[in-house]
Design a protein around this ligand. Structure first.
Ligand SMILES: [Zn+2]
Length: 654
């Protein structure tokens, strides 16, 4: 699940068109979009208002594989346009300083950027603009440097919910169709425009400053709303206060969707996230939405309010979102959590450098690790250097000065320098521009800041093995104990089981050969409030104590686990391999496992099911046909997996 966490949202390159933003400024767009139920077709009517910055003989919009009709310029029918399936180009004598209105009908069948899903026989539609181009479903500007006020209206059959950026100002319910009208008051880059349609309920809270926070959820998930959205209001209030610049949009909506491409995406005022993060209160302990929640929220300022001009400055989005998410999490989970996360980043960044893959933070081809974690580190060190007061004031000034426009690294550094009174060019070279990340220095700073990190560094069984038993007995942090358990699992005694959930999880992970004397303690892991622990413990107990298999299976038969059904699928496979247990039911269970390869399940569920079926060499016709279909899925991870898996299958047949 780790890489799922790393790729919060991907970076993209702004391509051609740099010069169009010099000629024309698109001001606002009003778009009415209608969807045919059960098809993947989109019909729209759009009006764009734009101001000429220079005289020009053409103006264009990005529009991929669309048909146009009823084109009008300032209200009069207009024929002089060209549609090359990538752009629509309007030819006219456009005059400097004049404001024009262009309107048209269009229809499209988007191949990407808008996705049409099925979820338990209901439709679900969602969009992803970053890296995929909104112009696949809405004629718009793929260049991030023209910010437009987008007011979307969506029309869809009744009994669904439709969401778009901004505030819902009107809902017209007809006999069979409903139209939802949304209003934005401020401009944004086109990649942040979003729409979601599906079966949802919502819960609303209000921030301290009066902003409505809307939490959407599937109707059957009402008990999961609290654990899924836990700490949202606290983090929202914290970030407004910490950043010192009021939340820039009218409301903040979050909505989980089926089979999303990433963990989350920070569309303006409308964050879309993977429904794999919808958890119950047990799942919360292992895999919660808190970090992604904070990250996408921080983007509402860093990315949405101010947007990097190009991917060279991508860290102004991802580094800031990662850093401010960490600050919000520090407010929730405390200092040790904060420093431990920074330590994990230092370790990952140093490994990247040592393997020769380190890059400058300003290299557009940098890894997510560099953009996100190194970016966050730069801010942490900069704050350490210039002090809290100057840092906070500089961030506030930077946002105030550049709000609703585009920014580069020097724009931010200039604001810090102004208050700091000294040049930061050496800092910029050393921490930002250099290929090497100064991990020794970062580690030294951490140790200076946190006694917890010092202790963690000291507890090391590989260096001082004689002390390890003591570490497990006496008070050291949970993280340090986890380190000991991972390094020396044979030291685990009955007393070690008395530790926290986290330490017990490490036992389930690292103690795979279970001594008879620990059997009872180990069995107690099956009651832990952690689906990771239960999954590990069930497997290890089943392997270590063959005579007790029925007991373990009976105890866990009702446990599903995460949204990816981790415990359930393991349970089925173990059951199928326990001949005497539940013998009548085996075919049904096998069918259930095969069923999880179907496209109505999230990619993670399907990959897990394909893997298990491969493991027990039972990928039957249904499984194989689902594997074939998976090759043309919108999720590249699933596609890659399906291609590799079918190659393996073919090789085995030969
Ligand atoms: Zn991000």
């Amino acid at each position: 699940m780790k890489n799922f966490f790393v790729a919060f949202c991907i970076f993209f390159t702004s391509l051609f068109f740099a010069q169009q933003t010099d000629d024309v400024d698109f001001l606002s767009a009003t778009a009415n979009i209608e969807f045919e139920a059960d098809s993947t077709r989109v019909f729209g009517n759009v009006n764009y208002r734009f101001k000429m910055l220079k005289d020009a003989d053409s103006v264009s919009l990005d529009a991929i594989n669309m048909k146009f009709d009823r084109v009008a310029l300032d209200g009069s029918s207009f024929e002089n346009y060209e549609n090359n399936q990538k752009r629509i180009i309007f030819r006219n004598t456009f005059k400097k300083d004049v404001i024009y209105n262009i309107s048209f009908d269009y229809d499209a069948k988007p191949k990407k950027a808008m996705y049409f899903m099925k979820r338990d026989n209901d439709n679900q539609i969602w969009t992803q603009g970053q890296g995929k181009y909104t112009s696949n479903w809405l004629p718009s500007i793929d260049d991030v440097n023209d910010k437009i006020e987008f007011d979307l209206s969506l029309t869809y059959p009744n009994n669904y919910e439709a969401l778009a950026n901004g505030k819902l100002i009107e809902k017209q319910i007809g006999d069979s169709l409903t139209t939802w009208r949304y209003d934005m008051q401020k401009p944004m880059s086109s990649y942040l425009v979003a729409a979601v349609i599906g079966k949802y309920n919502k819960k609303t809270e209000t921030s301290k400053s009066g902003i409505p926070l809307e939490y959407y959820y599937y109707p059957e998930d009402s008990l999961k709303v609290e654990p899924t959205y836990r700490y949202t209001k606290q983090m929202f209030d914290f970030l407004e206060e910490e950043i010192g610049f009021a939340y820039p949009w009218q409301n903040y909506k979050q909505v989980p969707v089926h089979d999303f491409l990433y963990a989350g995406m920070e569309n303006t005022s409308l964050t879309i996230f993977s429904d794999a993060f919808v958890v119950d209160s047990i799942g919360f302990n292992d895999k919660n939405y808190v970090n992604v929640n904070a990250h996408e929220l921080a983007h509402q300022w860093f990315g949405d309010l101010v947007t990097a001009t190009s991917s060279e400055h991508h860290w102004l989005q991802e580094g800031f979102a990662t850093y401010y998410a960490l600050l919000a999490e520090r407010d929730v989970f405390g200092d040790n959590y904060f420093y431990y996360k920074l330590l994990e980043s230092v370790i990952a960044l140093s490994q990247q450098d040592l393997s020769g893959n380190g890059t400058s933070l300003l290299d557009p081809k940098s890894s997510s690790l560099t953009f996100y974690q190194r970016g966050a580190w730069v801010l942490h060190v900069l704050r350490y250097k210039v002090g809290d007061a100057i840092f906070k004031k500089a961030v506030k000034n930077y946002l105030e000065k550049h709000q609703f426009t585009n920014v580069e690294t020097s724009d931010f550094i200039a604001e810090v320098e102004k208050l700091y009174g000294q040049s930061l060019s050496r800092f910029v070279n050393y921490w930002i521009k250099n290929k090497a990340f100064p991990y020794d220095e970062a580690y030294t700073i951490l140790k200076r800041q946190s006694t917890f990190i010092n202790e963690y560094a000291m507890v090391d069984c590989e260096a001082k093995s004689s002390k390890c038993e003591e570490y497990l007995k006496y008070y050291v942090s949970d993280e340090a104990k986890v380190k000991v358990v991972s390094q020396m699992p044979s030291l685990v005694t009955s007393d070690v089981f008395k530790n926290s959930l986290k330490v017990r999880q490490a036992i389930s992970e690292h103690v795979t050969k279970i001594p008879e004397a620990l059997k009872e303690d180990y069995e107690s892991l099956l009651d832990d409030k952690s689906y990771v622990t239960i999954e590990n413990a069930l497997y290890n107990l089943w392997v270590n104590f063959p005579l007790e298999r029925s007991k373990y299976l009976s105890k866990t038969r009702k446990v599903i686990g995460f949204k990816d059904k981790n415990v359930r699928m393991l349970w089925i496979v173990l059951n199928l391999n326990t001949p005497y247990y539940d013998a009548d039911n085996k075919q049904e269970l096998f069918n259930e496992l095969v069923g999880y390869t179907d496209e109505t399940y999230n990619a993670d569920v399907r990959i897990k099911a394909f893997n298990y079926l491969d493991l027990i060499k039972s990928c039957n016709d249904i499984c194989q046909s689902n594997l074939e279909k998976a090759k043309s899925h919108h999720n590249w991870r699933l596609v890659k997996f399906a291609k590799e898996q079918s190659e393996n299958l073919e090789n085995k047949v030969d």
